[in-house]
Design a protein around this ligand. Sequence first.
Ligand code: ADP
Length: 517
Amino acid sequence: MIQKSANSGSIIEPPWETPLNRGSFGDLFEAVIEAMLLVDASGKIVMANSTAQDLCGYTLSELNKLEVEALIPQRFREHHRQYRKHYLAHPRKRPMGNNRSLVLLHRDGHEISVDISLNSVIIQEHAYVLLALHVVDRCSQIEYELHENQERLWLIKQMVNVGIFDIDCVNRRIYCDERLRELCGNSIDEVITLNDLTAVVHADDRASCQAAYDKAVNPRMDGEFRVQFRIVQSSNQQSDQQQERWLTIFGETQFEMGKAKRIVGIVRDITQRKQREKMLQQHRNETEALFKQQVAMLTASAIAHELNSPLTAISAYSEVALHTLEEMPSNCSPAQDAMKSCFEQAQLAGHKLYELLNFLQNNTAESEILDLNQVIEDALLLARGDGYGEFSLLLNLESTLPAVSANQFQIQRVLVNLIRNAAEAMRGAQMPTPEIRISVATLALENMAMVSIIDNGPGVDQDTLERIFKPFFTTKSTGLGVGLSISRALIEANGGRLWVDPDCKHGARFHFTLPFA
Ligand code: ADP
């Protein structure tokens, strides 16, 4: 009679005096088709049916002298001892090894794959572990391992988002795995011809794909197959709308007797990256145009400022001269006409300058609701793309920062200017470990976000501090000296402030604020 115990192991009640008693428990044990072992809490084998004896290659009396670990290859023994202790602390009926096939060590040293299930039994208040061993047949074991490998490969492919291809260069056929077919919008079969694949490639990219393939199969080249191209797929079956997806291929060619035999490789979906690159390029164009316009405005203002006084003087002098000529009795009309024209031209010049300034200033950009963290990350990408990336970056963004109201391109331009200046200053001073820290904080009282750009370059000396925001002030041999004055004007146009920390002891520290939306 066997009862369920509270901890879900089984209690085998008397009449058996000892587990080795060859009474009805022994008969029952013997009758089981599976190999059965009974092990006590110290790990000693106390009982084994004849199937188990045959399987292990030991007699019962030999087995009775063994610790169960003797039936396990050396490399797993210590781990098994720990496992046994753990099992005895939490006994329950369960398979061992999480569905993995386990290894049994035969007396002659060969290893046998087995499935083992465990149960705990209490006999005369002593805990024992009952092991049922089932030999895994080779075929199903291979099948199982194959299945496991496929599953592992599938998981990796999903994680890194890659598809796999295998090109038979001789027959120009290509095997596409499930992921690759998925990337192609499930419009191709598992095995297709190279021409079938070309048919789904964007017409503008076919030539570059062909060139990459020709290079890969050329035995005089390095056998690398690398190309980026677009796949065109119908977005839905009813409509004629087409969807583009960017893929990148990387493969290696195998040559045999100087001829390309096979190319195996991976395919990756890079659509998002491409879209982002395109967006960044647009941003770069926009911020560049904005900068040019600002430089033009600054230059025009500076010229206007310089010309304003002489033009006013010319108008005033010519007006006085005109009045004097008018009051003279003799006929001075040619001189009067000349003076009149002089006055008019001076007025016209002033007017034109005013119009030009007005035109440049009226080109104001609109504010939008912005995620400042994102603008900073984009600006960093732009600055790095422009060749200002040799620094280690410490980004301290605020994930819960409320949106700000500003013009995206203008703020991006300011950030790029500040990052560039920092990178140039550190490069110029040949700092051994250039570093830029960008942090975002909330100024609750002012209802503003504050961005700080801090570098560990040479810093700003007192003389420079006083002139740093003046137009056309530069200490660089190729500098224009307009970056900071434009940046300040742009931040002020967006309702914020830009300043440099005068007390910074190491490097330079610039800050700007922007109002929350
Ligand atoms: P430019 O970069 O063309 O010189 P800017 O207006 O951007 O024009 O900068 C003006 C000057 O401010 C620079 O020439 C430099 O002397 C100083 N400056 C700006 N940023 C920094 C910085 N991070 N570290 C040291 N000096 C700086």
